[in-house]
Design a protein around this ligand. Structure first.
Ligand code: NAD
Ligand code: UGA
Length: 465
C-alpha cells in the first residue's frame, strides 16, 4: 500500500518536528498536523517561521521549506482524520493527577479521546500509529475502542515510539540510531508495517528500521528512557560520594566511560534530570510492574526517581548551607530555566524544584534564560509543593539581560547548560555582585580554576571545593 496522505493528532514537541521531517523527506505525501489548541496551531502557521511554538535548532528552516507545500497545520481534526490513510497519535500522556494510579500511572484520557474520534469519523480503512509513549498493551485498548465504536471499517494499529531528544530533535530525526515499528504479524498487520517502513525508508537505511511485535515496541520505549535516566541517577549518586571524598565526578565519568562496555554518553553529573518524559515514563513503568505484582522490579526502577529528587534537594541545601545557613532576602540568580539547553521547554526542569526550596527559605530569585519568558516561569511555579506562588510573586523576577540578572546577587546557580553562559564576562559579573560571591554550577560547564581566580567561591556538582 502506498501512503499519500497522513495526519498527526497533537502538534507538540513530538508531533510538530516529526511531521515536519516526514513532509520534508517525502514531498509526495500530504502531511496534516492537527491540534485542539487554537493558539498553538496559529503559532505553527505564523508567517514568520521564527514564531513557531517550539524552539529547536533547525526546525524553523524545515517548516519554512515544507509548510504550505505538503505540510499543513490545522484545528480541523475530523477533516484531517477523514482524508488520511495513516493517523499518528502524538498527544500528551502525562502522569495521572487523580484517581487510581495518581502520581504514577500514565493518564490515557487524551489517547482514548483520539481513538473514539478516529472511530467515529473514519469511513474507510485506516492505519493508526501510536507515536506517544504508552504503557505496554495500550494498543489492545485502542483496538477495542476502534473496533467497537467504529463504522465497520478495518483498523490496523502500529506502535512507532519516538526517540528524539529535545534540543537535538531535528538532528535525531534526520539521523536516527533506529526507527522502531511494532505491529501484528497477520497479513494485514504486515502490510501496515511495510507501509510505514516505506515512509521512513525515504531517508533511513532499512537495516536501521527495526520491526517487532506491538508489545515489544511499546515496552522498548519505556525501557530506553528508564535506562537513560538510570545512568544520570547513577552518576549523580557518585557525585555525592565525590563531594565527600575529594574525587572529581568528571574525572570518574571519563575514566569509566572509556570502558567500551559502559560508554561515555549520559554520564554528566548534574542538578538532576528534568523534562516531560524521564520521570513520567519511569513512574509509569513502576506502576505497570506493581500492577503485575513485580514489587522488586518496581522498587528497583523507582530508586532512579528517588535519587533524582534527592539530587535536586541536595543542590538547594548546598546553596543554603554555603550561604551561612540563610538565604532569606538574599538575591540568588538562576542562569537557565529550561530543562536542558537548546529548548524552550521547562517541563519538570530541575530549576523549578530548586526555586521552590529556595523561595520557601525566603530567597529572592532572579532568572535569566535565553529562551524562557517570565510568564512561563510563574506558570511553572504554580505547581509547587513547598510554596503558594501567589505569596511569592514579588520574590521572583525574570530578566532579558544576564548581566542585569546577576547584578547585586549573593549567588548564581547555573541550572541549564546553555553554551552562551561559558563565554560571559565573568569578571564583570563578579564585580557587580555582593561579596563574597558564590557560583553553584549545576551543570559542570564552567572552568573551576578560572572562576576561582576571579574571586568567586565555586561549587560544582561532584567537586569537593
Ligand atoms: P505536547 O504536550 O507538547 O503535545 C501534545 C499535544 O497534543 C498538545 O498540543 C495538545 O493540545 C494535543 N492534544 C491532546 N489531546 C488532543 C486531542 N484529543 N486532539 C487534538 N490534539 C490533542 O507533548 P509532547 O512533548 O509532544 O509529547 C507527546 C507524546 O510523545 C508523549 O506521550 C511523550 O511521552 C512522547 N514523547 C515526547 C518526547 C519529547 O521530547 N517531548 C520524545 C519522545 C516521546
Ligand atoms: C529523553 C531521551 O533522551 C529521548 O531519547 C526520548 O525520546 C525523550 O526523553 C522522551 O521520551 O521524551 P529529553 O528528555 O528531551 O530526551 O532530553 P535528554 O537529553 O535525555 O535529557 C534529559 C535530562 O537529563 C535533561 O535535564 C538533561 O540535562 C539531563 N541529563 C542528560 C543529565 O543530567 N546528564 C546527562 O548525562 C544527560
Amino acid at each position: 500500500m502506498k501512503i499519500t496522505s497522513i495526519c498527526c493528532i497533537g502538534a507538540g514537541y513530538v508531533g510538530g518536528p516529526t511531521m515536519a521531517i516526514i513532509a520534508q523527506k517525502c514531498p509526495d505525501i500530504k502531511v496534516t498536523v492537527v491540534d485542539l489548541n487554537i493558539e498553538r496551531i496559529a503559532a505553527w502557521n505564523d508567517p514568520d517561521v521564527n514564531n513557531i511554538p517550539i524552539y529547536e535548532p533547525g526546525l524553523s528552516d524545515l517548516v519554512a521549506e515544507a509548510r504550505g507545500r505538503n505540510l499543513f497545520f490545522s484545528t480541523e481534526v475530523d477533516k484531517a482524520i477523514d482524508e488520511s490513510q495513516m493517523i499518528f497519535i502524538s498527544v500528551n500522556t502525562p502522569t495521572k493527577t487523580y484517581g487510581l494510579g495518581k502520581g504514577m500511572a500514565a493518564d490515557l484520557k487524551y489517547i482514548e479521546l483520539c481513538a473514539r474520534q478516529i472511530a467515529s469519523v473514519a469511513k474507510d480503512n485506516k492505519i493508526v500509529v501510536e507515536k506517544s509513549t504508552l504503557p505496554v498493551r495500550t494498543a489492545e485498548a485502542i483496538k477495542n475502542i476502534l473496533d467497537n465504536t467504529g463504522n465497520g471499517v478495518q483498523f490496523q494499529i502500529l506502535s512507532n515510539p519516538e526517540f528524539l531528544a529535545e534540543g537535538t530533535a531535528v538532528q535525531d530525526l534526520q539521523n536516527p540510531d533506529r526507527v522502531l515499528i511494532g505491529g501484528n504479524n497477520s497479513p494485514e498487520g504486515m502490510e501496515a508495517i511495510n507501509a510505514l517502513v516505506e515512509i521512513y525508508a525515504n531517508w533511513v537505511a532499512k537495516e536501521n528500521i527495526l520491526t517487532t511485535n506491538l508489545w515489544s515496541s511499546e515496552l522498548s520505549k519505556l525501557t530506553a528512557n528508564a535506562f537513560l535516566a538510570q545512568r544520570v541517577s547513577s552518576i549523580n549518586a557518585m557525585s555525592e560520594l565525590c563531594e565527600k571524598t575529594g574525587a572529581d565526578v568528571n574525572e570518574v565519568a571519563k575514566a569509566i566511560g572509556m570502558d567500551s562496555r559502559i560508554g561515555s554518553k549520559f554520564l554528566k553529573a548534574s542538578v538532576g534530570f528534568g523534562g516531560s518524559c524521564f520521570q513520567k515514563d519511569i513512574l509509569n513503568l513502576v506502576y505497570i510492574a506493581k500492577s503485575y505484582g513485580l514489587n522488586e522490579v518496581a522498587d528497583y526502577w523507582e530508586q532512579v526517581v528517588i535519587m533524582n529528587d534527592h539530587q535536586k534537594r541536595r543542590f538547594a541545601n548546598n546553596i543554603v548551607q554555603t550561604l551561612y545557613n540563610t538565604v532569606a532576602d538574599k538575591k540568588i540568580t538562576f542562569l537557565g530555566w529550561a530543562f536542558k539547553k537548546d529548548t524552550n521547554d521547562t517541563r519538570e526542569s530541575a530549576a523549578i524544584n530548586v526555586a521552590d526550596y529556595l523561595l520557601f527559605e525566603q530567597a529572592n530569585i532572579a532568572v535569566f534564560d535565553p529562551k524562557v519568558r517570565k510568564k512561563q516561569i510563574i506558570a511553572d511555579l504554580s505547581y509547587l509543593n513547598e510554596i503558594d506562588v501567589n505569596d511569592f510573586k514579588k520574590n521572583i523576577d525574570a530578566f532579558e539581560d544576564p548581566y542585569e540578572a546577576c547584578k547585586n546577587a549573593h549567588a548564581i546557580a547555573i541550572m541549564t547548560e546553555w553554551d552562551e553562559f561559558k563565554s560571559y564576562d565573568w569578571k564583570r559579573i563578579y564585580d557587580a555582585m555582593q561579596k563574597p560571591a558564590f557560583i553553584f554550577d549545576g551543570r559542570n560547564i564552567l572552568d573551576a580554576e578560572k572562576i576561582k581566580a576571579i574571586g568567586f567561591i565555586f561549587s560544582a556538582v561532584g567537586s569537593s571545593n
